[in-house]
Design a protein. Structure first.
Length: 200
């Protein structure tokens, strides 16, 4: 019995923080988990930048409302879900992801939550568990699933390596160079084909 575990940002939808960096005119917010492996450090830094500029959840949600899934993402996900079990494992937050899940046809998403003050300031993050993607994959394996994982960033490497099969999807040249043992694909057709090969 298989469970395919997919990253969300960079795999199915554009990077939310990059979109917000462009919308807000704050280029430093383009830094993502492709650049900074320590997610806790990255989020603390992001919240500091938001506070410095007086920006909160309202402004980010306004940007998210304009984001569409990557071209072909919904069709890929629909076909994959018809073929096998799928869960999206993301370090994003419920308050960010809901409009994007609607556009993707409400797939199952496991992610985290933001702590938000009454005035809309994002004051902190509530992570579901430590090392969320890897820990979730291990729990799924304990439940009897063989996992297949795919993602594009440093924070996906744990779940990819721990799975029966794993694939980098549209990742950076640096990550491909640093992890040559992990197969890398560039299109949904390639990823679907590789997953079907594993499942048989």
């Amino acid at each position: 019995m298989y469970m395919v575990c997919l990253d969300m940002e960079g795999v199915l939808v554009p990077e939310i923080w990059i979109a917000f960096a462009e919308a807000s005119g704050i280029p430093e917010l383009k830094k993502t988990t492709r650049d900074e492996p320590d997610y806790d450090k990255l989020m603390k830094w992001r919240l500091g930048v938001l506070k410095e500029h007086g920006l909160g959840i309202k402004e980010i949600q306004e940007t998210i409302a304009k984001i569409d899934p990557l071209p072909g993402a919904k069709e890929f996900l629909d076909e994959l879900r018809a073929y096998t079990n799928v869960v999206i494992l993301s370090d994003t937050f419920e308050q960010f992801a809901k409009p994007l899940m609607k556009k993707l046809g409400w797939p199952t998403l496991l992610c985290n939550e933001l702590e938000i003050a009454p005035d809309g300031e994002i004051t902190g993050v509530h992570m579901r568990i430590n090392d969320t993607k890897l820990t979730t994959v291990k729990c799924l394996q304990q439940m009897g699933y063989d996992t297949i994982a795919s993602g594009d960033s440093f924070n996906d490497l744990g779940m990819i390596r721990a799975s029966k099969a794993g694939f980098l999807f549209c990742t950076t040249d640096q990550i491909k160079k640093d992890y040559p043992d992990i197969p890398a694909v560039e299109t949904y057709d390639e990823l679907l084909a590789e997953i079907k090969k594993v499942i048989g």
